[in-house]
Design a protein around this ligand. Sequence first.
Ligand code: ATP
Length: 299
Amino acid sequence: MTSVTVKAPGKINLALHVGPKDSAGYHDLLTVFQAVNVWETLTAEDAPEFSLTVTGDVVLDEIPLDENNLVIQAARAAQRVTGHGGAAAFHVDKKVPVGGGMAGGSADAAAALIAVDALWGTNLSQVQLLELASELGSDVPFMLEGYTQIGRGRGHLLEGVESLPFFWVVVPQPLHLSTPLVYSTLDELRGDSAPALPTAPSQALLDALFAGEAHALAQELVNDLAAPALTLAPQIQSVLDSGTRLGALAGMVSGSGPTCVFLAEDADHQARLADGFDAEGHYVLRASSPARGAHRLRR
Ligand code: ATP
């Protein structure tokens, strides 16, 4: 095989509860992830050494093209585990906003694992892929699995959840919030009093997902990182206010932000909402969920 193409989705966190830090300094999480059909497309071709190019209609300036890129890190990790001596020339076409809390870098890492495994014929098992993924980053295992998952630990311990489709309007912001900075701002806001984590997501949230009830889901969206994201980027509040004014069922900061996501009743409502944001001068993406995890395109 000389070329492999893999698609991987963006994600939103429908619920994101942040608990105390563990001994390694990571916050303990209880989250419900849902993959959305905003796709990264990664192509890997046989090559004598690693290289990476990136295109896309998102702001690309901050993406490292060297060994710091998660794509190259994922390929090196796969090389280490398999002992394979080859390399690859990667190209990523990005649709997920960079540094926007939708885990585009993690999606690229998951895509790269699947791509090199196929390109090199190394036949890694799903368990091996998931182990490699959790070394690369907390959100990478979710990007392999996709759909809807409860995430525990650092978000890397997954449990699948049933969900009917939902319709969203995604409003990326022209700024980048560093995820570590958002967490440390949460710590500052909380002082010494991190609340205990709930042991499970609310039953009402799981019921709303199972039944495809957008109105019920709107009542259950929760994000502990919204307060620190708004502290660091207060201008996000006006975007959330626009969503309320335009009739979104709910609006929230996505993960560590600053991208905002708005829940619509159905596809027609999603189109009206997107037009409303567009008319106010916002760049918007329409997304539906749940979407498949990283997967190879076979032609
Ligand atoms: P998360 O919520 O998982 O922190 P995010 O969506 O906020 O993710 P990403 O777009 O994944 O943020 O990227 C955050 C940073 O990671 C970027 O600013 C960039 O420096 C670095 N990075 C490394 N590899 C990639 C990649 N393949 N794509 C995008 N960013 C990458």
